[in-house]
Design a binder for this molecule. Structure first.
Ligand code: ADA
Length: 566
């Protein structure tokens, strides 16, 4: 039985992010082997983070089970457990007492247990990846809903007052860069507190007095000029640590380190602007899925994905169709990869959008996605509702509500949604950017140029006039290793031809501000739906690499053409 110790050592190194977020607050990652008992009683030990499906007994498991682990707490304090992703529904218990419930594999959540005595304690996580009406977003789909504690978990020892959140907004002013900082301080104690929040960013120091009432949260907001900083952009992705310290009289009680970049994303006519200059997005749609590891992609594979995408000349990635692991977003920050991150939804019918849980589950996903990922300079677009019902008034109401929710949380980034409701969409007036999925040469066999012109002409008169336009998905399928001199469908040759023809068409056209290949890597799908049931290997085989990142011929076509675009 593995027992984790919260060491007396100040701030242990955790890999929950690609940089250390605390030097004062004690934090330890609970990665390693956990016990797991399936609802039929069978016992396993399963790695965390990891998918249940990597175990030979559990490759197709869909249902409930419970992870459990003993932890050792050395000194009395408030224990905060942070889960970066549990697929797809979690109920967490600490020493047998209910702590927190969470739905959705793709956003994080936490729970705090106050006044924990030193000694041995038990964490139990009941996990459910089954499909039911309770789950409006995790449904049988053209990707796989895995099961398990699939992203990192950490345990912290909090003082009675701590820094709950720090958001940083870069502002590009005429006289130079400025930064707006918004922080939340939570007081777990029963007494009012008078504190100081000391923030350091590059050469700028700001100190704000903050009063926090007993058992409440106070918000602090300040803005300051940030001299001698370099902008963040794909070529020079300059990052800075924002170090926030919470002091009570002469004693530091907590700290919170974020990593930020100075960049501004805007629009002018049909172009996206990065720091005032037009930018052309050339990227991939990337599912979080790898061979036998499922969605629990380890850092080495994330880094390999990044290396391959950049080798192909990509400067952007779309997190189809859900918020991503924060370590990958950290990598995008470090490598200057521009990110379109979107809430969790793919191709839902009106009936599915009318599931009583749908709107709340979307709202929670958007709120958590923006709250947790706000500081990433690499994220330049927020997306919603991939290929959902945007051609009827009932659907429009939901699109409108979600765009408004995003704007209420973040006005610094444009919005979009990838539509496939060609010639019938009634929502193109709502987002800042119009994006569409069109498989010319694969699903659509009309003459490419004519069909593409029809698409852009329709967009212009259906609410998209003057807006940046992105081809959010295009591509074709190929079975890795299948070669055919006749270049038939499903051969690597045909996939390469289709992608070449699309890229050359987009490059010559000049009206686009971005294109995303569907997709980077092959991914596992669910068989429950007839339409996807026909997919060979129960995979979506449109990757330019397969699920083990073995490049197909199409990879070299993208590598040849991307550098000549934009
Ligand atoms: C849609 C959808 C993708 C994928 C793609 C395909 O555009 O957005 O998730 O299913 O079709 O491969 O057909």
């Amino acid at each position: 039985m593995q027992i984790e110790k919260i060491s007396g050592k100040r701030g242990s190194r955790s890999m929950i992010r690609l940089f250390e977020q605390h030097r004062v607050r004690e934090q330890r990652e609970l990665d390693g082997m956990w016990n797991y008992v399936r609802e039929d009683g069978r016992q396993y030990t399963i790695p965390v983070p990891g998918c249940l499906e990597q175990h030979p007994d559990l490759i197709t498991y869909r249902g409930k089970g419970t992870y459990y682990k003993k932890v050792f707490v050395r000194r009395k304090g408030n224990i905060r457990l942070e889960f970066k992703g549990v697929s797809h529904t979690a109920d967490v218990y600490f020493d047998g007492k209910f702590l927190v419930h969470h739905y959705n594999a793709f956003t994080g959540f936490d729970g705090i247990v106050a006044d924990v005595e030193p000694g041995e304690h038990e964490i139990r996580v009941c996990v459910d990846n089954s499909f039911s009406e309770a789950s409006a977003l995790h449904v049988p789909n053209d990707y796989y809903t895995y099961g398990g504690i699939t992203r990192p978990v950490s345990m912290e020892l909090l003082a009675d007052v701590y820094i709950r959140k720090v958001h940083f907004t870069p502002i590009r002013a005429a006289e130079g860069w400025r930064g707006r900082i918004e922080a939340e301080i939570e007081n777990l104690s029963r007494k009012d507190l008078a504190l100081e929040l000391k923030m350091t960013l590059a050469d700028t120091q700001v100190t704000e007095a903050v009063q926090v009432g007993a058992e409440s949260i106070s918000r602090v907001s300040c803005e300051a000029a940030c001299e001698n900083v370099e902008e963040w952009n794909p070529r020079t992705p300059r990052l800075y640590f924002l170090n926030a310290e919470l002091w009570e009289k002469e004693q530091i009680v907590d700290d919170y380190i974020e990593r930020v970049g100075f960049r501004e994303i805007g629009m002018n006519g049909g172009r996206l602007l990065l720091n005032g200059k037009p930018v052309f997005l050339k990227g991939f749609n990337r599912h979080e899925d790898y061979g036998t590891l499922g969605c629990a992609i380890p850092l080495p594979v994330m880094a390999q994905d990044m290396d391959l995408m950049q080798e192909a000349g990509a400067n952007a990635v779309r997190t189809c169709h859900y918020p991503n692991d924060e370590r990958f977003l950290d990598l995008c920050d470090e490598r200057g990869m521009l990110v379109w991150e979107e809430n969790h939804a793919r191709g839902l019918s009106l009936k599915q959008m009318q599931n009583p849980n749908f709107e709340k589950q979307c709202e929670d996903c958007i709120a958590e996605m923006i709250a947790q990922h706000y500081n990433h300079p690499s994220i330049v677009i927020w997306g919603i509702l991939n290929e959902c019902v945007s051609e009827v008034p009932e659907g429009r109401k939901m699109y409108q509500k979600q765009y408004e929710q995003i704007k209420s949380l973040d006005t610094s980034r444009p919005t979009t949604s990838a539509t496939c409701r060609h010639f019938t969409d009634i929502c193109l007036d709502l987002p800042d950017i119009v994006s569409f999925n069109l498989y010319l040469g694969w699903y659509v066999n009309e003459p490419m140029k004519e069909r593409f012109d029809q698409q852009l002409d329709w967009i212009a008169q259906a609410g998209g006039a003057g807006k940046p336009v992105i081809v959010s998905e295009f591509g074709a399928a190929a079975m890795y290793g299948y070669r055919d001199r006749g270049r038939c469908k499903w051969s690597e040759e045909r996939q390469a031809d289709v992608i070449r023809e699309n890229l050359e068409l987009f490059r010559e056209d000049g009206r686009l501000t971005g294109v995303f290949v569907w997709q980077f890597a092959d991914c596992r799908i669910t068989e429950e739906i007839e339409y996807f049931g026909s997919r060979p290997r129960s995979h979506n085989n449109k990757g330019v690499v397969d699920e083990y990142r073995r490049p197909k011929e199409a990879f070299d076509v993208v590598k040849e053409i991307f550098p000549t675009m934009g």
